[in-house]
Ligand binder design. Structure first.
Ligand code: LLP
Length: 456
């Protein structure tokens, strides 16, 4: 590692429109990051709008149409984001009543929304039904009953998918793997509960089963996980048709036409570090679509429409978080070993992922060129907790000083979304950059905002 490395912006990790100018300052979409800090303060999230939109299109192309892709709102959602997703023609996946309400406030068409969650409230289910949400993904027997009652009350027939737990191990962090048996989501395929759920839905006059859903996990790189899951869920579709076809007035054929959706969830892995490579979504999609078509033919089924729900792969790489370095401290950690602690003005409140999942990130000084020698370093936040670490173990040049602006790339997914107000930090603003201009998407939370919540 040398000074050059520390000045490079690996293009597979940074937003597409990030550049380092001749004076060493980094711009995104033509906007210098130090100017953003001057105007809006730090820390701040900076999102490259064109990058986000372009990733929507790449997903749509890979999976054969924008209406085959649901952007997973949980990764990052505001009304503006919902409008971008709508303008790009994608569908939207929401996982709470408030996510749904944000989407609806942006006038996102309800019929292109899918609703998720393992314990949806009745209010959420009611809003989905009343507003005409396109699909509700069922996750438990109680929910089949609850939603059935809500739909009956509303006098509608609600389209639904049954979420299947296909029983495979996704190779990712335990907390974000969701297809193995011993976790909370979905109906188990192996135990027969997925088939039983399908029967209950098919027998309910106010529910219309339109397909099956599964999600293997998040930040997945092993494409085998996706195709194994697809194979098992499609196998179940075949079983449903042969065992439950008689419940449909059109028999097996009629039911086959109705169960036209195979939703395989999200999980497409991105690169956080220069030495990582993002999953090649186009290749994975082509392989997956071919395998599904071949298996459907074998099972004598019409080829289902494969839907996906990427969140991270769309939002993640579009965004960087800018911080100002406040202190630089050398800490003796062994006989002759020193570790340099670079403290920045945010931390685990704006990015809990390193503390929660051991997620690894990288950073660059974006206010100038650096040319120091690499020293063992740790980038830490400003919270009252020693686990408040953003980058645990890396080398950074030894000329980084207080006042330098540091940016961590690939923070667009699950950082703002999982942010907290620990130590009464207000959440940072989210600044959109596009064609040389910056604008505020979300303003910074102030102490007045926090005090305004207090009832006494
Ligand atoms: N669909 C379903 C049903 C999901 O549960 C998820 C993510 C997605 C789609 C989107 O997955 P993606 O394409 O973004 O990987 N907070 C964690 C990630 C949790 C993901 C939860 N579900 C993190 O920061 O890594």
């Amino acid at each position: 590692m040398n000074a050059d490395t520390f000045n490079e912006l690996p293009s597979h990790v940074w937003p597409t429109h990030a550049r380092r100018q001749e004076d060493g300052v980094v711009t995104i979409a033509g906007v210098p990051l130090p100017e953003i800090v001057e105007e809006y303060g730090s820390p701040a999230f900076v999102i490259d709008e064109a990058d986000f939109r372009c990733r929507c299109r790449t997903m749509a192309e890979a999976f054969g149409g924008a209406d085959h892709v649901h952007y997973a709102a949980k990764a990052f959602l505001t009304r503006a984001v919902a409008r971008w997703v709508d303008e790009e023609g994608l569908c939207l996946d929401v996982a709470s009543d408030n996510e749904l309400q944000i989407a609806l406030a942006a006038e996102f068409p309800a019929e292109r929304i899918a609703a998720h969650g393992n314990n949806k409230t009745v209010e959420f289910l009611r809003r989905c039904v009343e507003r005409g949400v396109g699909r509700i993904v069922l996750d438990s027997f109680q929910e089949i009953e609850r939603l059935g009652a809500v739909a009956e009350q509303a006098g509608v027939v609600q389209p639904v998918l049954v979420r299947v737990k296909p029983g495979i191990e996704a190779h990712t962090h335990e907390f974000i793997a969701t297809a193995h048996e011993d976790q909370k989501f979905g109906f188990s395929l192996a135990s027969g509960s997925a088939l039983k759920a399908a029967r209950e839905v098919l027998e309910h006059p106010h529910l219309r089963l339109v397909g099956l859903h599964c999600h293997v996990g998040s930040q997945v790189f092993d494409a085998e996980g996706f195709s194994q899951a697809a194979e098992r869920v499609l196998g179940l579709l075949g079983t449903i048709l042969s065992e439950l076809g008689s419940l449909h007035p059109g028999g097996r054929e009629g039911l086959a036409q109705q169960l036209s959706t195979l939703d395989l969830g999200g999980g497409y892995g991105i690169a956080y570090l220069a030495q990582e490579q993002p999953l090649d979504v186009a290749a994975v999609a082509a392989d997956l679509l071919a395998k599904v078509a071949a298996q459907a033919e074998e099972l004598a089924l019409p080829t289902p429409t494969v839907m996906v729900e990427p969140g991270r792969a769309i939002a993640g790489p579009s965004t960087v978080t800018v911080y100002t370095v406040g202190t630089v401290k050398d800490v003796h950690v062994g006989d002759d070993r020193v570790r340099r602690y670079l403290s920045v003005d945010g931390g685990m409140s704006d990015n809990i992922r390193p503390a929660l999942y051991g997620a690894q990130y990288d950073a660059r000084v974006v206010s100038r060129f650096v040319d120091g020698d690499p020293v063992e370093s740790r980038v830490v936040g400003s919270h009252c907790e020693s686990g408040d670490i953003l980058i645990e173990n890396a080398h950074f040049p030894n000329d980084i000083e207080p006042g330098d602006i540091l940016a961590i790339p690939a923070t667009g997914a699950y950082c703002y979304a999982m942010s907290s107000r620990y130590n009464a930090f207000g959440r940072p603003p989210v600044i959109v950059v596009s064609s040389g201009k910056a604008r505020v998407m979300l303003r910074r939370e102030t102490v007045e905002d926090l005090l305004a919540l207090e009832a006494e």
